[in-house]
Ligand binder design. Structure first.
Ligand code: PEP
Ligand code: MG
Length: 578
């Protein structure tokens, strides 16, 4: 009988193969009382298991493919360091000694203690670090039971692996051996398995609760990593249908790759600029693959994350020059730190971080925080200006609300330039300064802001959040996150027109620019500069170069005038017909 399961599709693509169900992490962790005499042997057993787990991690690290994203090795390095940390290597041994209990129970006790500490952290990123603790403890528990290195010796070729969760080390080893897909019981869009599966291009579904109770190793499975759909023991007809979809998906990927060198021009001759958003070093590799026109948004917040010291001017400078070198003359737009709210950071960086606010999204974030923390701001501006001597660089200011914020910032930039000149350091005297339009007030007053800026970039992720009065990371109000709300479309159109009147370029760098359902709507509103994550660029290009602006314009205009979901769906369908 065919069974169907739903989970969260986190890495698109189709997989067909036999299930390989990992029953690891179901180790019995119940406490057993030991005699005093048994304690030393139990401590040795635990130390040996830690050694085995470490050996497995080292093997995984040595097997990371050369072109794999650097976060993979970062995850594994973190796990190796964790195993060396006293909290995992010494404390459980102490527990065995003081409580005279078995190693499994000692590890479980320490896991619960650490979960409490991590769980109480407000920082979303740090709170998810409990995943790392769990991976490491599970690796030791498995080694306690099996007493040998496991993951390295199994064969995953062509199989769909089902596990409660997968560690980065597992993921790397399995992909090396040609695993067809991943399914996990836990996790979300941002879990390790999801991030790694996406960057390795392996179809994956997470959050399929209790799946291991229903599927057995050896059963035939199909997996749709976009819809999050899993079929166990599909009928011949179902199998053939998934095969067809898989073939079409692969063909589409191949077709999109053919567009790499195709000029970005619509059917009626509108020249487009398709740029990419980058955050981490690995994005540079993807950028080279797709031949993007420029970097339209370099989010620099990552430099402040997961550390207690503030990045120095030299660190900023080094990071920027690396990107400039990789771009080989293509322009780079560096956004000054948009810290606070959903990009919360350690208080070690800024005394006044938005974490203390009742409503951080409305608090001290983006340009507000930078103007409130001049030392932090000047450090970054000095580095950006110095980097501008090495290649074409523009400055982009996040979360602007008022003209006063712009004039204040421009004055700071001028004083930084003067200081650099006095020190004999080079910079681009004519560096362009642009502003993100993310706050409704800024969109409505865009014509005034535009008078003081060299370019505008619309950040729809925040613009929608603030227009709809919803927290962009709150699932409960996510249903209101509607890029097609007439108010949102009006604000976008108004901003584009303000830029045209002021004769300055307007780009859009929020997620809307990477969503093929919406890009033609934006084209119809008058947009011609789109900036998006590298892996969306070819699909967006495909949609736009097959469109005619004169044709899509009337649908965009009609969409601005309707709130009726059926009419919206029909207009979207028509605008996206090739
Ligand atoms: C946006 O708000 O649309 C944007 C691009 O910025 P971020 O997502 O980094 O807030
Ligand atoms: Mg934003």
């Amino acid at each position: 009988m065919t069974l169907m399961f739903n989970g969260i599709g986190v890495s698109k693509g189709f997989a067909i193969g036999e299930a390989h169900v990992l029953l690891r992490n179901q180790v019995d962790v119940a406490a057993r009382k030991l005699t005093k005499k048994q304690v030393p042997a139990e401590c040795r057993r635990l130390r040996k298991a830690i050694k085995i787990a470490k050996a497995e991690l080292l093997t995984a690290r040595d097997n990371i493919p050369e072109d794999a994203p650097s976060d993979i090795s970062a995850f594994i390095e973190t796990h190796i360091l964790m195993l060396d940390d006293g909290l995992l290597s010494d404390t459980p041994v102490d527990i065995i000694k003081t409580e005279q209990c078995n190693a499994e129970a000692a590890l479980q006790q320490q896991r619960e203690a650490m979960a409490k500490v991590f769980g109480s952290m407000e920082d979303e990123y740090l709170a998810t670090r409990i995943d790392d603790v769990n991976h490491v403890i599970d690796a030791v528990l498995n080694a306690l039971v099996s007493g040998e290195e496991k993951a390295t010796t199994e064969n995953w070729k062509g199989q769909i692996v089902i596990a409660d969760d997968l560690s980065p080390a597992d993921t790397v080893l399995m992909q090396n051996q040609g695993v067809a897909g991943f399914i996990t019981e836990t996790g979300g869009q941002l879990s390790h398995t999801a991030i790694l599966a996406r960057s390795l291009g392996i179809p994956a579904i997470v959050g399929v609760h209790n799946i291991r109770q229903y599927v057995r190793t050896g059963e035939m499975l199909t997996l749709d990593g976009k819809l999050g759909l899993l079929l166990a023991e599909p009928t011949a007809a179902m199998l053939s249908d998934v095969r067809k979809q898989q073939k079409a998906f692969r063909q589409k990927q191949r077709d999109l790759n053919k567009l790499i060198d195709t000029p970005a021009v619509t059917q009626d001759g509108v020249s487009l600029q398709l740029s990419v958003n980058i955050e981490i070093e690995d994005d540079l590799k993807a950028l080279k693959r797709i031949n993007a026109d420029a970097v339209g948004l370099y989010r620099t917040e990552f430099m402040y994350l997961n550390r207690d010291t503030t990045p120095t001017e030299q660190e900023h400078f080094k990071a920027y020059t690396k990107v400039i070198r990789a771009l080989k003359g293509a322009p780079l737009t560096i956004r000054t730190a948009d810290l606070g709210a959903d990009k919360d950071i350690s208080h070690a960086h800024v005394a006044s971080s938005g974490t203390m606010a009742h409503n951080p999204a409305m608090g001290l974030r983006g340009i507000r925080l930078c103007l409130n923390e001049p030392a932090l701001f000047v450090t970054q501006l000095r580095a950006i200006l110095r980097a501008s001597a090495k290649g074409p660089v523009r400055i982009l200011l996040p979360m602007l609300t008022t003209v006063a914020e712009i004039t204040q910032t421009l004055a700071i930039i001028e004083s930084v330039k003067e200081a650099l000149s006095e020190e004999g350091l080079e910079y681009d005297e004519h560096i362009e300064v642009g502003g993100m339009i993310e706050v409704p007030a800024a969109a409505i007053a865009a014509d005034q802001l535009a008078q003081h800026l060299d370019f505008l970039s619309i950040g729809t992720n925040d613009l929608i959040q603030y227009t709809m009065a919803i927290d962009r990371v709150d699932d409960q109000v996510n249903y209101l996150y509607d890029p097609l709300h007439p108010a949102v479309l009006q604000l976008i159109k108004y901003t584009i027109e303000a830029g045209q009147k002021a004769n300055i370029p307007v780009a859009l760098c929020g997620d809307m620019a990477s969503d093929t359902r919406f890009v033609r709507v934006l084209l119809g509103l008058g947009l011609s500069e789109f900036s998006m994550p590298p892996n969306s660029l070819l699909a967006v290009k495909h949609s736009l170069i097959n469109a005619r602006r004169v044709r899509v314009r009337r649908f965009s205009t009609a969409l601005m005038k309707t709130s009726d979901p059926e009419e919206q769906a029909s207009l979207l369908e028509r605008i996206n017909r090739s």
